[in-house]
Each structure stands twice: as structure tokens, then as C-alpha cells.
Design a protein around this ligand. Structure first.
Ligand SMILES: [Zn+2]
Length: 441
């Protein structure tokens, strides 16, 4: 056996040998240039060679699948379309350095063991629709020179263990619609060391769709440049996705995407990166969303002092970090009602569920409560309490006992001040929410 390919793994299989440019190659390793396809792709000249290749490949695959032996297709050049649909691959399979010259499909194929497409080149359209990767799969430095589909047809594509797409190059539409990543997935472009040097621009994603994809562990999209609108609508991210050092496209879509991670180690910095990207593109709504996510992650990180943590919690509860305009208004209404009740119960010793409601006192308390919102702190100009607040009926209540006493006046003043303060804060939060959402410059 004299195949020029270094350590040719097919020497025991008696493959056909082909002569190309004064070298002998086995039929699996014969270089691309041998086939010399014209632009109008004519396979007829190579028909018999391709037929023999396919027969030999089929035999090799069947034998190895049957014996559950590792399938080693390292360096193989596939001269014709490859269809490995609906197959169950029970052993490790490697396409290291392989070249697929034509279109390929692995539809609904189940890879039960590890899969290596490391350094593989796909020249034609490639589809893994409905495929299941039950163990680790590597697309490290893989080149997709045509469209690549990892999308749902009958069933979703599932990656059950880690999936590595680091430094993979995508050169046309890439579709991961509804894919499920059960474990970590890494789409990082160039290695950090190269990307950080700034000498090489981030690797590109032409058009990439992840609509409805589910990321159950970490997902990394670092060092990538998105050339067209990436679609992440309806995605669920169980761990905050990383987009560090990436250039996002203005058309990026996160509609209805769910981010449910506040606790993982890199969550706050992952959200900060997204917030800054949204800020640069002046996407107010998304910027607000990632700001809220960042703040919630910081709350869990334990990097905050007590006062900061308390303030952050209050902001979260009262206004969802500025995302909600209706929530502070609702709290304002609640505060108003609460204080109506407090003023009325202080004013009247007879306010009890046992008696009829004294609507006069309630309405007076309502007016008083409104005044604390509309004219904050004006209560300090009062010399004495209004008549309605001075109960004349004899009772044993320690406050009302001394009707219209200086103490009761002071109590009303402190309560009024407290209500004014809370109301001012809530009104400010409402206005800030409006401003943030509708700011134009
Ligand atoms: Zn060979």
C-alpha cells in the first residue's frame, strides 16, 4: 500500500489506488484537485471512480457499524453527495481534516458516541436536521462554506453533551432553529489570546438563526462579528450567554427570549456586555432589560455592600429596575389607601369593623392623604389638626384620649412626612421609567 496520505488508515482494506500528479493515493484520500470538476459540475467523467468510492465507503461503514468499531474517516475526500440519513452510529466517528466536496445530509441520524468534524470542510449545503448527538461533538475549526442546517424538521436537533463550535467558520446561512443544547456549547470565534491582541477582526457569522433554541448550560458567542440580523427570539438561556468582544448586528432580535440565570459566576458580566452592546445601538428596551438582569445578578454575587444591596432590592421590588412604569404607580395607590386607613383610624376611636363605616372621616382622611402627595411637607405649616381628626367621643385610646393634643398633631406631621417621602420616591421612579423608555437621543 503506497497511499501518499500520512499513516493512511485504509491500508488493510485494500482500497483502489489512484494516480494523481505522480503520486499514488488510495481512493479515500485522493485530493480534491484530482476530480477537476468544471463549473457546470459534470460527474460523468468520474462516474465509475465515484461509484467505486461510494461502494468502498459503504462497505467500510457497514463493517465498522456492525462491529461497533471506531469509524475513522480522517482526511477522506468525499467527491460526491453524502447521505447518511436515519442512521444510528454506535461508535466514535471522526471526520478530522475530511473534505466534503458536494452536498451532505445527516438527517435524523443518531450519533451514539463522540463525533469529530474537527477541521472538516463542507463545500456544499450541509444538513444535520433532526440529528441527535448523544455524546460530545466537535466542530472545532470546521468550515461551512455553504448553508448549514441544524434545525428542526420532524424533530429538534439535540446536543446531549458538550458541543464545540470554536473557531468554526460559517460562510452562509446557518440555522439552529429549535435546537436543544443540553450541555455547554461554545461558538467562540478566534481564541482569546489572538482576539485580545486586536490584530485579527472577530470571526464572522453571516446569517445565523437560533429561534426557539434552548441552552440548558453555558453558551458562548465570544469574538464573533454578526454580519446580519441574528435571531435569538423565543430562546431560553438557563445560563447567561456570553458575547464578550463580539460585534452585534443592529437587527439582533431577542423577542420573548428568556434569561433565567442570576446566580452563575459570569452572569453579571455577561449581561453587562449585552447591555453595553444595546446601549451602543441605542436599543432602549433591551438595554433596560439587560440592566435589570445585570443588577439582579449582582445582588446574588455578594459583591454589594449592605446599603447598596438594600437600595437595589427596593428598586427591584418597586420598579423592576426601571422596566415597569405601572408598578410604582400601583405602589403609590397602595400607599395612598394605607395612609387613608391610618389617618381615619387615628382620627376616630369608633373606626372598627363592628360599626358602620364613618364615610365622613374616610373622605376627610382621603383628602388629607392626597394632600401629602400633592403638597409634600406642607403639613409642617399646620398649627393644629383639622376638626375631623379630633374625635370628641370619650374612649380609652391613648392617642385619641387627648383629642387634638400637641402629641397627636406631631404624630400626624411625622406620618404625613413619611407618606410624602414614599410618594415622592414612587413618583420619581415612574418618571424615570418613562424617561428611560422614551428617551430619544
Ligand atoms: Zn489513504
Amino acid at each position: 500500500m503506497t497511499c501518499k496520505y500520512k499513516n493512511c488508515q485504509f491500508s488493510d482494506y485494500n482500497p483502489k489506488e489512484l494516480n494523481h500528479e505522480d503520486n499514488i493515493w488510495c481512493q479515500f484520500h485522493t485530493p480534491e484537485s484530482f476530480y477537476n470538476y468544471t463549473e457546470e459540475y459534470s460527474i460523468s467523467k468520474f462516474e465509475s471512480i465515484v461509484d467505486e468510492f461510494e461502494t468502498a465507503l459503504d462497505k467500510y461503514l457497514k463493517e465498522n457499524i456492525k462491529n461497533k468499531k471506531k469509524i475513522n474517516l480522517k482526511g477522506v475526500v468525499f467527491p460526491a453527495d453524502v447521505r447518511l440519513n436515519n442512521k444510528i452510529i454506535p461508535s466514535d466517528i471522526s471526520f478530522l481534516d475530511a473534505i466534503f466536496m458536494r452536498h451532505n445530509s445527516f438527517i435524523d441520524t443518531v450519533f451514539e458516541q463522540r463525533v469529530y468534524f474537527t477541521n472538516t470542510i463542507f463545500r456544499g449545503l450541509t444538513t444535520f436536521s433532526g440529528a441527535k448527538f448523544l455524546r460530545h461533538c466537535s466542530f472545532l475549526s470546521t468550515q461551512f462554506n455553504h448553508k448549514a442546517y441544524f434545525s428542526k424538521v420532524n424533530e429538534e436537533v439535540e446536543f446531549c453533551e458538550t458541543a464545540n463550535f470554536r473557531a468554526a467558520s460559517f460562510n452562509a446561512l446557518t440555522d439552529f432553529t429549535a435546537a436543544i443544547f443540553h450541555d455547554d456549547v461554545d461558538f467562540t470565534g478566534l481564541p482569546d489570546s489572538i482576539a485580545d491582541s486586536g490584530e485579527v477582526p472577530p470571526e464572522t457569522f453571516p446569517t445565523i438563526r437560533f429561534q426557539g433554541a434552548i441552552f440548558k448550560k453555558s453558551s458562548k458567542f465570544n469574538n464573533r462579528k454578526f454580519l446580519d440580523s441574528p435571531i435569538f427570539s423565543d430562546c431560553i438561556f438557563y445560563i447567561a450567554p456570553e458575547f464578550h468582544n463580539s460585534e452585534l448586528h443592529q437587527g439582533i432580535i431577542f423577542n420573548r427570549a428568556k434569561f433565567i440565570d442570576f446566580k452563575s459566576k459570569g452572569a453579571s458580566s455577561a449581561y453587562r456586555t449585552l447591555r453595553l452592546a444595546m446601549l451602543n445601538m441605542r436599543f432602549r428596551k433591551e438595554e433596560g432589560m439587560f440592566y435589570a438582569l445585570e443588577q439582579k445578578s449582582l445582588l446574588y454575587s455578594g459583591d454589594m455592600g449592605m446599603v447598596e444591596r438594600f437600595t437595589s432590592r427596593c428598586y427591584n421590588i418597586l420598579a423592576d429596575y426601571g422596566l415597569s412604569i405601572s408598578r410604582p404607580l400601583l405602589f403609590l395607590l397602595l400607599t395612598l389607601s394605607l395612609f387613608v386607613f391610618i389617618y381615619a383610624s387615628l382620627a376616630s376611636s369608633a373606626l372598627s369593623f363592628k360599626y358602620d363605616i364613618d364615610w365622613n372621616i374616610i373622605s376627610q382622611s382621603f383628602g388629607f392623604s392626597m394632600e401629602q402627595i400633592l403638597a409634600p411637607f406642607k403639613i409642617w405649616q399646620l398649627d393644629q389638626l383639622p376638626q375631623w381628626a379630633c374625635d370628641q367621643s370619650p374612649n380609652l385610646n391613648f392617642v385619641n384620649n387627648a383629642t387634638c393634643s400637641p402629641f397627636k398633631l406631631l404624630l400626624f406631621k411625622f406620618l404625613g412626612t413619611f407618606q410624602s417621602l414614599i410618594s415622592l420616591i414612587l413618583l420619581t421612579l415612574t418618571l424615570l421609567g418613562v424617561r428611560w423608555r422614551f428617551r430619544r437621543n
